[in-house]
Design a protein around this ligand. Structure first.
Ligand SMILES: NC(=O)CC[C@H](N)C(=O)O
Length: 190
C-alpha cells in the first residue's frame, strides 16, 4: 500500500520511517501529481501557517481537499490537525477545513511548550499511549459526526471523522506505531 506524507515543512521524515516500519510504501508529496495512486496521506506536524501557505502556492490545497472528499484517508498530526479543522480560534490562516472541529493553536501555553502524557485509548490494545505534545493545539469543540478517541483535561487529543484521523501530539517520535497502524487499517477497511 502506497502512503503519501506531505513533505513541504515539518516532521515528515519521521513519518516516512514509521510507515516503512509498518510495511507500507511511503512517498513524499510536494506536487499534486504525487497524490496519484496513494491510499492515504499524512499531514505532519510543523508550522501550520507555513504548511498552509505552501499548500496554496504548490497547488495542493484544492487537490488534497478534493481527494479527501472522495474518500482518501488523511491523518493530521499537530499542525496537520490544525490544517484539517473547519474552525481555528483567532486565525484565518489557509486550511483544508474539512473536519468538524474547532481547534486552538498552542493551547497549552508558553510554559508547557512541550510535555509528555500517557493516554488511555480504548480503541488501541496494549495499554496507554505515550504522547509527546510540542506547542500542541487542542480540539475545543467537535461536531456530532466526530468520534473522540482520547482526551487531556477533558479536551480531545485524538479524533476521527470518517476517513480523517487527527492527533494533537506526535506519535512518530516515540517508537510506538499503534496509531500509524490504526490509520493504515482505516484504509484497508475501505
Ligand atoms: N508541533 C506542531 O505541529 C506545532 C503546531 C504549531 N504550534 C502550529 O500552530 O502550527
Amino acid at each position: 500500500m502506497k502512503i503519501g506524507v506531505l513533505a513541504l515543512q515539518g516532521a515528515f521524515r519521521e513519518h516516512l520511517t514509521v510507515l516503512e516500519r509498518c510495511g507500507a510504501e511511503a512517498v513524499e508529496v510536494r506536487q499534486p501529481g504525487e497524490l496519484e495512486g496513494i491510499g492515504g496521506l499524512i499531514l505532519p506536524g510543523g508550522e501550520s501557517t507555513t504548511i498552509g501557505k505552501l499548500m496554496v502556492e504548490w497547488d495542493l490545497m484544492e487537490t488534497i481537499r478534493q481527494r479527501t472528499k472522495e474518500g482518501m484517508a488523511v491523518y493530521g498530526t499537530c499542525a496537520g490537525m490544525i490544517l484539517l479543522a473547519k474552525s481555528i480560534v483567532d486565525s484565518d490562516q489557509p486550511r483544508l477545513g474539512l473536519m468538524d472541529t474547532t481547534v486552538r493553536r498552542n493551547a497549552f501555553g508558553r510554559q508547557l511548550e512541550s510535555f509528555e502524557e500517557d493516554l488511555t485509548v480504548p480503541e488501541l490494545a496494549g495499554g496507554p499511549v505515550r504522547a509527546v505534545f510540542i506547542r500542541a493545539p487542542l480540539i475545543e469543540e467537535v461536531g456530532s459526526n466526530v468520534a473522540v478517541m482520547a482526551q487531556v483535561n477533558g479536551k480531545a487529543v485524538i479524533a476521527r471523522q470518517d476517513n480523517m484521523l487527527v492527533t494533537s501530539f506526535h506519535p512518530e517520535l516515540t517508537g510506538d506505531d499503534r496509531i500509524h497502524r490504526y490509520f493504515l487499517n482505516m484504509i484497508k477497511q475501505e
